[in-house]
Design a protein around this ligand. Structure first.
Ligand code: KG4
Ligand code: ZN
Length: 350
């Protein structure tokens, strides 16, 4: 039986190539179902038109599965949440149209969510656990203000979070995102898309000091990854000209060295922003925060610098609707609902 004070939200995420739906009761996730699209693997990147078509196919089955897993019916819902952007317009449109239809048909409010805010607020998602287990496993959440290094396929940002819905962008990439730097290097190595997880896996048995790459030098704390990516391309070209089997023979060392380089660069600026702001509550979020070396190195750096570090559970690093649901929960409390004429935003600043 639902407590009348509880807020039950159905959330939809379709900004890129994952179709996801979650049901949350307040901050507790009751279900989170995601359909991944394998069709893009062969192209080395996401093809927007194919992504939209797959969202159309997957959307209703994913919503059905999320409701079923949560043991919740449409009549129990208090609001519909949806990603408005940033992302691919066609993909966003599928989620947004579905969310609008549900909101209209059920006569409940619509809440639009910024995907990047969602990645950050994923830290506040709680799991549904039996009471006895709850106390023992309750995870610490960041206290305000905290810094979040958000690293995904489209973004690289250092954000100061002063309240659940108050974000200040302190640094960002001036060109490619770090996820792209992973994926493009993987493509050069002949690995399928998305290559980030495969670089991570291959790096585990490699020597991170085998090869060196140039460290970008930008004034301030912003990032740049396009030069590193080009340096990697030239490095592989040069080596394979000398030895056509270079990649095959040295894959773990190549992955480990390149990955370590990207992580050192990410953490160097994060450390500088922490020193500048005096903030020692440090979180990471986004697809690249699933990277095992980044997770390990952040924890180690945190111990050295006296930070309290926050690393999301794996299922909430890459795109998922639970993070959209938790953001919508805070927006519900703040009374931030939107009209049915809301349009997708391919670019949507924090
Ligand atoms: O947040 P996300 O799922 O989608 C966007 O909002 O972009 O991030 C996807 C990115 C991809 O670039 C993918 O290669 C990267 O996250 N990624 C990883 C790992 N898992 C996902 N990169 C490095 N190591 C991983 N384990
Ligand atoms: Zn994302």
């Amino acid at each position: 039986m639902n407590n009348t004070e509880d807020i039950m939200i159905l959330a939809i995420e379709s900004s890129c190539d994952d179709t996801s739906c979650a049901v949350l009761k307040n901050t507790v996730v009751l279900s989170n179902v995601t359909a991944n699209q394998s069709i893009h693997e062969q192209y080395g990147g996401v093809i927007p038109e194919l992504a939209s078509r797959d969202h159309e196919k997957n959307m209703l089955p994913v919503i059905d599965a999320a409701l079923k897993n949560a043991k919740v019916s449409l009549a129990d819902l208090n609001a519909i949440a949806v990603t408005r952007g940033p992302g691919l317009s066609g993909s966003l449109l599928v989620g947004l149209s579905t969310a609008k239809s549900l909101s209209l048909a059920l006569g409940i409010p619509l809440i639009e969510v910024n995907h990047m805010q969602g990645h950050i607020l994923a830290h506040f998602i709680r799991e549904q656990l039996p009471l006895a287990q709850k106390a023992a496993t309750e995870q610490a959440v960041p206290s305000f203000p905290f810094l979040c290094l958000t690293v995904s396929g489209g973004h690289t940002q250092i954000v100061k979070v002063t309240a659940p819905l108050e974000f200040e962008l302190l640094a960002e990439t001036e060109d490619d995102a770090v996820g792209e730097a992973f994926d493009k290097a993987a493509k050069i190595l002949g690995l399928p898309y998305p290559g980030g997880p495969l670089i991570d896996r291959n790096a585990r048995s490699g020597n991170a000091n085998a090869y060196r790459f140039p460290m970008p030098k930008l004034p301030g704390y912003n990032y740049s990854f396009s030069g590193v990516k080009t340096a990697f391309l030239y490095f592989i070209r040069e080596q394979t000209a000398r030895n056509p089997d270079f990649v095959h023979e040295h894959l773990p060392d190549i992955c480990a060295s390149y990955q370590a380089h990207l992580i050192n660069y990410l953490l160097k600026n994060l450390e500088a922003v922490s020193a500048e702001t005096g903030i020692r509550q440090i979180a990471i979020a986004g697809g690249v925060s699933a990277n095992s070396a980044l997770r390990a190195q952040l924890s180690e750096l945190g111990r050295k610098r006296g930070w309290q570090t926050f690393i999301p559970a794996f299922q909430y690093c890459t795109d998922n609707a639970a993070m959209i649901g938790i953001t919508a929960y805070y927006k519900f409390l703040a009374g931030e609902f939107c009209d049915l004429n809301v349009v997708p935003l391919a670019r949507y600043s924090l």
